[in-house]
Ligand binder design. Structure first.
Ligand SMILES: Nc1ncnc2c1ncn2[C@@H]1O[C@H](COP(=O)(O)OP(=O)(O)OP(=O)(O)O)[C@@H](O)[C@H]1O
Ligand SMILES: [Mg+2]
Length: 266
């Protein structure tokens, strides 16, 4: 049975893409067949993984069609490329921003039908993988609704600053009230909150963390927190690299985070 996991928060720039990519990478290292689905027209995850492929292979990645065209053709396979052993990417592109408009035309009157449609395309693809990791944009839109509807699980990425805490709280309310109760998402459950410490030990970060424990409950926060690591920022430019000590530090953290995640969904 494949598991579809979305990383979310309604605040931008909190580490959704970074964590989605690193967890997908770690799952693939464990021999688990993994697909990273980039559902953000910014295509940040796509860029990181294409650079990652360029670091390990001379072969160029080629998409048969953009994600938006694949959706119009009702076949997502044309937007999937292999990155490395056990890791595939469904790449995004700026034209995916047209998805809501396309769905408005396809289902003129019923928002519910628009939310459910992507699931019918994702489901046959997902069944070929052990894990599908979805990266979404930061704003509420049909894209985030459709991604969450199609998911089994969600991880809420929260930086230790007030806006990200507010975004995490709003995101969890939205999952319950809108995605589950209103649209009737059939499988969705929250794994927990993944805390990203901007500056461990700093008073603001400590306060936000304490507030998060109070508000969400300690048991709902994943035990391993992500510290600020320059190497993760660098992967945005270089793609994932593997040889240096700093790379190994990153892998060590995501080994633990992935253990935490698998422990909760088993
Ligand atoms: N733990 C970390 N340490 C250092 N830099 C990080 C860390 N996590 C993320 N970053 C950097 O912060 C920036 C924003 O991260 P990322 O793109 O993952 O956020 P996002 O939530 O996906 O943003 P958006 O809402 O635009 O999709 C990137 O430059 C990324 O490299
Ligand atoms: Mg992102």
């Amino acid at each position: 049975m494949s598991q579809v996991i979305t990383f979310g928060n309604f605040k931008g720039g909190v580490g959704k893409t970074t964590n989605a990519v690193q967890v997908a990478y770690e799952l693939s290292k464990r021999g688990l067949n993994t697909l990273l689905m980039d559902l953000d027209p910014q295509a940040n995850a796509t860029n990181i993984l294409l650079k990652t492929k360029a670091n390990i292979s001379d072969e160029l990645a080629h998409f048969d069609s953009s994600l938006m065209v694949s959706i119009e053709n009702e076949n997502l396979n044309n937007s999937i490329v292999n990155i490395k052993d056990n890791l595939d990417l469904m790449g995004s592109a700026p034209d995916f921003a047209l998805f809501p408009r396309y769905m408005e035309k396809k289902f003129k009157n019923n928002y519910n039908d628009r939310v459910k449609y992507l699931d019918t395309l994702i489901y046959p693809i997902a069944s070929k993988y052990d894990y599908v990791i979805i990266d979404i944009p930061p704003t509420i839109s049909l894209i985030t609704d459709a991604a969450l509807y199609a998911s089994d699980w969600c991880i809420v990425v929260m930086q230790t600053q007030q806006q990200s805490f507010d975004g995490a709280a709003a995101f969890i309310d939205y999952i319950q009230d809108d995605i589950v109760d209103t649209y009737g998402a059939p499988r969705l459950d929250v794994i927990g909150i993944l805390a990203v410490l901007i500056q461990a030990g700093a008073p603001v970060d400590e306060t936000t963390m304490a507030n998060a424990i109070d508000y969400f409950g300690k048991e709902n926060i994943l035990p391993t927190a992500i510290h600020s690591m320059q190497r993760l920022k660098r992967y945005g430019i270089t793609g994932i690299t593997t040889k240096q000590k700093y790379d190994k530090n990153v892998f060590e953290v995501y080994r633990k985070v992935t253990d935490d995640i698998l422990e909760r969904i088993k």
